[in-house]
Design a binder for this molecule. Structure first.
Ligand code: ADP
Length: 361
């Protein structure tokens, strides 16, 4: 039988269980990233299979894995091969699904509806939609929270025009959400000193942050908690949505084909974790000339609607490109608050109304 100091592939596996994937709560072994561990005397050799991680994340993982294995008694040399996995989104999702995606989910007391706002990629207006829907829900008389889980680019503080650091509720030992336009909100942007902090460090915080945002913020009673998800439909987003008992997901897309394909991945992601997709919002599909009022479908029309029909999900609406939406976003004045009578605000309120109609009262 192996004594304490005998080096075996099992010991190496155990050691690698301490290496957490950056930004997630799970380790390399649970993600089945470690391949063919071999031990020859004091030499340990194995592969780590990557999918689409950027080089700095790969380097961090390899360094952490090497350090963990080097710490084992009897190890003199460690050789790690970086392997490339052919990524297939559906396959990935299936793998995660088989590990019970609902393990981490539990309902949150006092919160009636949790709605995630997602997009296949960044820059499509996901945060803009999240902010305006949250304010629109508040305008419609609902108690609303807004949670910014977009750790790589927390834009909620800027878009809601809020700065400062949340106070601690000493009685409950919880963080008090900030408040603006009748919406309670929390963002990593309030908690980290600068968005220039290294991505990898912030990545490591994402899961912890989201769990704390859910459990350690004194939200009080809410009709709706709107979650601005990080852009994308990869493992990070999947792990996150598995942790939250979502009542619905709204997918934001732009009409360009590539973004629509990404939106389809989003649909599949929510399908796999059993979160109902409320529908797709098409953003920046049309341009309305401020002078003559003519509406131009600059990317061609009907893409969002077609995807919705194909997948049998509701088409929630189309938000035109509107300078006031961008200016309002940059100035911390969401259009539904700044220009509540504008057509764009009307579209957001309309979608908010749909959320109310399908939500838990
Ligand atoms: P994401 O959250 O998907 O990365 P944002 O909501 O941050 O995207 O939007 C990206 C940029 O596009 C922001 O400057 C925002 O103000 C602008 N924007 C979003 N939607 C519109 C729109 N309908 N019209 C004009 N500008 C928009």
């Amino acid at each position: 039988m192996a004594d304490q100091a005998t080096l075996t592939p099992e010991r190496v596996t155990e050691a690698l269980k301490s290496v957490i994937y950056p930004g997630l709560s799970r380790d390399l072994i649970s993600f089945a990233m470690v391949k063919s561990i071999q031990v020859q005397g004091s030499h340990v050799e194995f592969g780590i299979e990557f999918s689409n991680e950027p080089p700095d994340v790969r380097a961090t993982i390899i360094q952490a894995a090497e350090a963990a294995v080097r710490d084992l008694p009897g190890v003199q040399e460690v050789t790690i091969h970086s392997l490339q996995r052919q990524v297939n989104a559906t396959k990935n999702i299936k793998k995660m699904e088989s590990q019970n995606p609902f393990d981490h989910q539990r309902r949150l007391e006092g919160i009636k509806n949790i709605i995630a706002v997602a997009s296949g990629k960044g820059g499509v207006g996901k945060s803009t939609v999240a902010v305006n829907l949250a304010v629109a829900l508040a305008q419609l008389g609902k108690r609303v929270g807004l949670m910014d889980s977009d750790i790589y680019g927390p834009s909620i503080p800027l878009m809601m025009g809020v700065t400062g650091v949340p106070e601690t509720d000493t009685e409950q030992n919880k963080l008090k959400p900030m408040e603006q336009y009748g919406v309670k909100m929390i963002s990593i942007g309030f908690l980290i000193p600068s968005t220039d902090s290294p991505i990898i460090w912030r990545g490591l915080m994402v899961m912890k942050a989201v769990e704390q945002f859910l459990n350690d913020v004194s939200w009080g009673e809410l009709d709706f908690l709107v979650i601005d998800l990080p852009p994308g439909t990869g493992d990070a987003q999947l792990t996150l949505v598995q942790k939250v008992p979502l009542d619905g997901a709204v997918i934001v897309t732009t009409p360009q084909d590539v973004a629509l394909i990404d939106a389809r991945k989003g649909l599949k992601m929510f399908e796999k974790v059993n979160a109902p997709v409320v529908g797709i919002i098409e953003n920046m599909a049309t341009y309305i000339c401020p002078n003559c009022g003519h509406e131009e479908h600059i990317f061609g029309s009907g893409g969002g609607q077609k995807t919705c029909e194909e997948y049998g999900v509701p088409y929630l609406g189309s938000i035109p490109i509107n300078l006031d939406i961008r200016v309002g976003g940059d100035a911390g004045k969401p259009i539904v608050a700044a220009q509540p009578d504008s057509p764009a605000a009307g579209i957001f309120r309309n979608i908010a109304q749909k959320l109310i109609e399908r939500g838990h009262a």
